[in-house]
Design a binder for this molecule. Sequence first.
Ligand code: DX5
Ligand code: ZN
Length: 555
Amino acid sequence: MGLNYYQIKKNVRKARKLVIKATSNAGSGHPGGSFSMAEIMGCIFFKHLRFDPKNPQWDQRDKLILSKGHASPGLFSNMALAGYFDASELDTLRQFGSRLQGHPDLKCPGVEFCGGSLGIGLSFSIGSALAARLDGKQTRIYTVMGDGETDEGQVWEAAMSASKYKVDNLTAILDRNFIQQDSYTEKVMPLDEELVGDDLSEMWKDASRWKVGDKWRSFGWNVIEIDGHRIEQVDSAIKKAAQTKGAPSIIIARTIKGKGVEHMEDNPKWHGQAPKKEFVPIIEMELDSQSMIAPSIIAGDMTNLENEVKRCVAGRADYIHLDVMDGEFVPNKTFDHTKIKELRPLTVIPFDTHLMINNPVRHVRDYVDAGSDIVTVHAEVCDAASFGEICDILSANQVGVGLAINPDTDLPEWSKQFIPRLDQIIVMSVVPGRSGQKYIESTHEKMHRLNQILSEHRFDGCIEADGGVTLDNIGACFVDGARAFVGGSAIIGQQDVRGIIREFRHKIAHARRKMLIQKAFDLGGKDLVAKWIDLHIIGEKKNLISQIAKELGYV
Ligand code: DX5
Ligand code: ZN
């Protein structure tokens, strides 16, 4: 299908919501493992897998084998988004007679493997890969395995065979979420190192203790280790695996079970339990409110932007915000596409290119070629014709489409027809031109008006707050509806980029928890607030959430 990064992200969010809806409706199912593999599945389905939902048996198709079949809601939700069936069919999950069972079944067109009896998906995949090779087909096999199921001896027999027969048209992906049915993998059957205490977080933080990659390497596999919730890393790993000849590849994707819903994260209880219906609207709101941090490198050393990019990488930024200024649209000049092209090989983190230039339609192709993941142009220098052309160029190249407005600009009339196509809107909260200015307070008010217009026009993208965002106002920007946050002087201007990004994330988490508690209260008063708090049992979360509820007067 070849969607851009932002569209894949959007589908991942939608798929997670479908999983919640389907499992809560069924009253049972496996949300935890569906969520740990959500980005993996989104990236396979909407970027790499060759398939035809109208012709599921197309003989040149690739095959996705879900070996960890219990995570079937995570498969079905993506199949629905991909067009195999209508999303409403997910309401029949696990019902007698439904095509969508608790474990995938071949009676559902598009399902390639009856997964769920764990430990056999890899053997089946190797057979399929060898058959495709014999038939001279281009078919690639993607096999998603759970970490718990690799306790099975059959997995390691399969690993040996794949290596002996040089099965290089197979990409295995290990969803390494550290949790299996009853407990943490390192307690049940250590893959890395035996977990003696209860503190899984220690294991998590210390990558030097992760050994499972060595096991696969010793079996002759090409091993690629990534953060399985970073779409750009999943994408790049899948590409690398496909380029590797003469050996099978496995992507070890470090993930979090239940990722995306705070109370489910890292909690073995959510391996196989459905959320209660009363929580569904709150969880949906939580899934819709994920946030991204985008440091702006012009706030750093302009003579060494390479180093600024490296600081963003070390700081675990979500995006890298690239402010292009031409000395005409704004008085300053920064850099152009040639610099972006030079920076591109340094990281796979998405490049969030913000063009503060005149006549963007003339230059947009250069910024596509330079490797931008999204290009945002200013409404002040576009009209319907030129912006339409920009949208077409970006879409044809799988690059995200962004529109920016200055503090004194309202969304122009001509732009409204494009709103459903936008991946991002940048709302400038300083007069563009340089970093280090003060946030213009009236932006908050403007955001309220803007939200109204955006929802009327079916906006499905992300609002990015840009200019003067700090630790003091990021919470308010979140409440305004922004979900991506540019940080120039407040992030790149600081010594410890990683530390400050972490603080930014804490502030956002606080604002988000507050919003969710408010939602719980609106839906079910103090009673539901208390139940919501009680769901949060792992780590510090419960105390933090109780504290917020207390401040709001809801406990
Ligand atoms: C302003 C740019 C912003 C700016 C952000 O013209 O678009 O991205 O550099 O820097 P701070 O966060 O310092 O305002
Ligand atoms: Zn910017």
